[in-house]
Each structure stands twice: as structure tokens, then as C-alpha cells.
Ligand binder design. Sequence first.
Ligand code: SF4
Length: 433
Amino acid sequence: MSPVIPIQSASDCAPSAAATQGVLRERGQREVFCGLTGIIWLHRKIQDAFFLVVGSRTCAHLVQSAAGVMIFAEPRFATAIIDDRDLSGIADAQDELDRVVKQLLSRRPDIKTLFLVGSCPSEVIKLDLSRAAMRLSREFAPQVRILNYSGSGIETTFTQGEDACLASLVPCLPAATADGEAPSLMVVGSLPDVVEDQFIRLFNAMGLGQVHFMPPRRSTELPPVGPNTRFLLAQPFLADTARALEARGAQRIAAPFPFGVEGTTAWLQAGAAAMGISSSAVEQATAAARERASAALARLRPALQGRSLFFFPDSQLEIPLARFLHRELGMSLIEVGTPYLHRQHMAEELAWLPPGVQLSEGQDVERQLDRCRQARPDIVVCGLGLANPLEMEGMTTKWAIELVFSPVHGYDQAADLAQLFARPLDRRQRLAA
Ligand code: SF4
């Protein structure tokens, strides 16, 4: 295994008709990024964690190019390259990994949690990273916690990287079991700090003093979990994390996701109700932000109303975004594709979709492209690999990955989220003029 290749980081830089009608299930060729992509936003969020991808040069290039900007700072992710010696069995890959980790941790005492991130190559050669994490944890605990998860692209889509990462953290959360104690609220899903701070202010204004966020900004400040924990998902792609939290006694609060004014209000209302806060307290606390966001959306509505939209399955944000764009901006939905449809987590969202909308789960990319070409939507939301060819065919596209990289949750970001769709339409119009 080659020594750690440092990668420059960027920052240290009741169901409706739609829900009940048939969902088109496709199991053909897919065009999606892998879970390594999540490292880009996770390393910014958890500021004392390090992500060591155990993979190939392709993996290293993917993470590096997704990070984008080159800066002169100590990166908090890297790739340990599986090389020919590891593949041919000349070198013991477990020994090599130990050597690389020891070298890294001796050089970087600031690392408090190290994630060993599996990839397609590490899975193909069956390199057991859970064994490595356990062995190395024994050596480096309590100074450094060493965990592992898979970011591979085998049967996954890119947002599953965050789900796998957070699920690997759940067993480390301290126990908060105390029968009879008041319930506590945990918001689950990586949010930009600015968005997290806005939600904290709103919760405080409603009278909710302490709200925990998972993941926390520092991995040494993991939130407690137990039967009194009620959690709100901030992201729609956290099925494994939710299951792991439920296994520790926590209860999920059923809610739509906090996109747009309507989704954010319903999400906050659901969280507040679970904590015994009245609906009027929420209305009062959110009145100014709701008014600001509604006015900003009203300014953008003329650019989007009546325009048609086609979602290819990619980020797993498709259903909540489709709901927002349809209900708050008047866009018409041709097809809403999602890589996986979690009916329970999506129940409130599905109930808000218009009757008759075509939902599809999974992908058969050629067939879906045919449907898209036939429909000629005003805008297509898809992965990078499809966007350029579709643009060449005269279609307007939006990169799905940008919706995950950008702050889009909550009231103050509602107009920014709408802008992400209005801008490409405006650009196409200008080019055509
Ligand atoms: S994990 Fe798999 S899909 Fe992702 S970059 Fe590495 S080889 Fe490619």
C-alpha cells in the first residue's frame, strides 16, 4: 500500500394518489456517483475527523476533483492507495494499512476520529476494514476513535456515504437512558453550520433550550441517545442511521423535510409537538422568517411557474424537492426518479405530491433517457455524466450534486434553492435570445 497521498481540501480550507399508484421500478444500468463523495461535506462538518479512503487512484482522483479548490492547509482526507503489491498478495494489506495509519496519526495529533472508508477496490479484494478499525482502535483509544464504513459505488448512490458514516457513529453515542426524564430532540443529518445556527435560534425562540445535532461539529461531542430521544431527519437519505438510532431506543418523528417554507414549517412543527411545544409557539417564533422566505419565493415564482421538471434518480432529495418546486413555485412534475424509495420516511412527502405524478425507483438509464427526450421538460435534474450530453441536445439541466453541496434547508435558504432552478432556465433563455 502506498503512503498516504494527501488530497488538498476545499475548506480547511394519508397518502395521495401519487403515493398509492404504481411506482415504476427499474433495475438497469445506473449513472450515479459513489459514496466517497460525501467526504467532501462531512469533513467540513466534523472538524476533528479524518477520512482515510482505502482505494485506488481513481478513488483519490474522484475525491480530489470533487473537493475542487487547491489550498495550502493540512487536508482532513486522503487516500491510501491499494497498489499491485497489495493486490498480488506480496504485501499484507492489513499490515500496510496499520503502517499508513500509524504514520498519519503520529503526524496529526489533531485527529480525534479516523474513518477508514472502504471503496470498490477494497471490497473487491475483501479487505476487512472493520477488523482493521477494531485492531487500530485498541492501540489508539482513547486519544483517537477509529471507525469504518463503505463509500463504494457498488450498489449505492452518493448520499449513502453520509448514511453509512453516521450509522458507524451511532454505536459510539453515549447512553442517555433515564426513564421518566423529559424527551430530548436530536436533528440528524449533516447541515452547514450557518443552517444549523438558524435552526438553533428558531428552536430556542420556541422555548426549546437544547437541541442536539448529529453529526456534531466535533466528534468528541457526540449527542446522547436513549429511549427518551426523539429524532428529526434533516436529510431524506438516512435509512441506516435511523435504523441504528431506533435500535438504541430513539424514536423518529414523522415529518416532511425542511425544504421551502411549507416543509420547514411542518418539520419544525413536528419536532416541537414531539417536545410538547404548542403550535402557536412555533408560529410565533417562525413568523418573521416565514414572511421573509415567502416574499423571496414570490419574487422567483414567475420564472418557474408552469415550467416542467424531470428528475433522474441521484441524490435521494428528489421527492422533497419535487414537492417544494410544485407546491410553492408552481412547477409541473413529469417524472420524479429516486434511487431508493423509503415509503415510511417519505410518507408525508408523498402525501403532498400531486395526483398522477410518475414516480420511478432505481434506474435503467437508456429507457429513462428515452422518456426524458420524449417529454422535453423545461429542466432536467440529473448527475454530471448525463448533464452535458443533455445540454448538447438542447435541454436545460441542473446538477443533482450541487443540491447537496449547497445550503438549501430552512427558511433563509428557500429562495437560494429556488434560484438553483431559476438560474439555468434564465441562462438558456439568454442563450436563445
Ligand atoms: S469507490 Fe468505486 S466508484 Fe468510487 S471512485 Fe473508487 S472505484 Fe470509483
